[in-house]
Ligand binder design. Structure first.
Ligand SMILES: COc1ccc(C(=O)NC2CCC2)cc1-c1cc(C(C)=O)n2cccnc12
Length: 121
């Protein structure tokens, strides 16, 4: 059947949605699913200038804000680094962020992405 214009997704958007779903699986506690709330993280919005979370990344995909895979990867790194900056070493959030960053970047290596073909060029 012919896809309606609204259903037509850019190849990059379809790829990024797939990558996002795989990254979200590495966050079973959903610590990174939504923006961090200052009520649960005192002073968060003064310490972290550029907050990022998976729901915001999903919105940016839907709004076609990512011009490249690298921009997407930068937001993923920003999200993890924010958590390692705000939360002290040894906390569940710092450990979760380090684990998520490590596992996520392994999924985003050129070797893993090359099979996806020329979408990335
Ligand atoms: C969307 O953010 C969250 C959502 C849920 C939870 C959560 O379920 N925390 C329970 C585990 C012990 C309390 C924590 C967070 C959370 C993430 C973070 C991050 C990512 O820094 N955070 C920092 C301080 C306090 N809470 C959090």
């Amino acid at each position: 059947c012919v896809l309606k214009a609204s259903q037509k997704r850019r190849p990059l958007s379809r790829l990024l949605e797939q990558l996002l779903r795989n990254l979200e699986k590495r966050d079973p506690n959903q610590f990174f699913a939504w923006p961090v709330n200052d009520n649960f993280a005192p002073g968060y919005s003064t310490i972290i200038r550029r907050p990022m979370d998976f729901s915001t990344m999903k919105q940016k995909i839907d709004d076609n804000e990512y011009r490249s895979l690298n921009c997407f990867i930068s937001d993923f790194k920003l999200m993890c680094n924010n958590a390692m900056k705000y939360n002290k070493t040894g906390t569940i959030y710092h450990k979760a962020a380090r684990r998520l960053l490590h596992a996520g970047l392994k999924q985003l290596t050129p070797q893993k992405l090359r099979p996806l073909g020329d979408i990335l060029t």
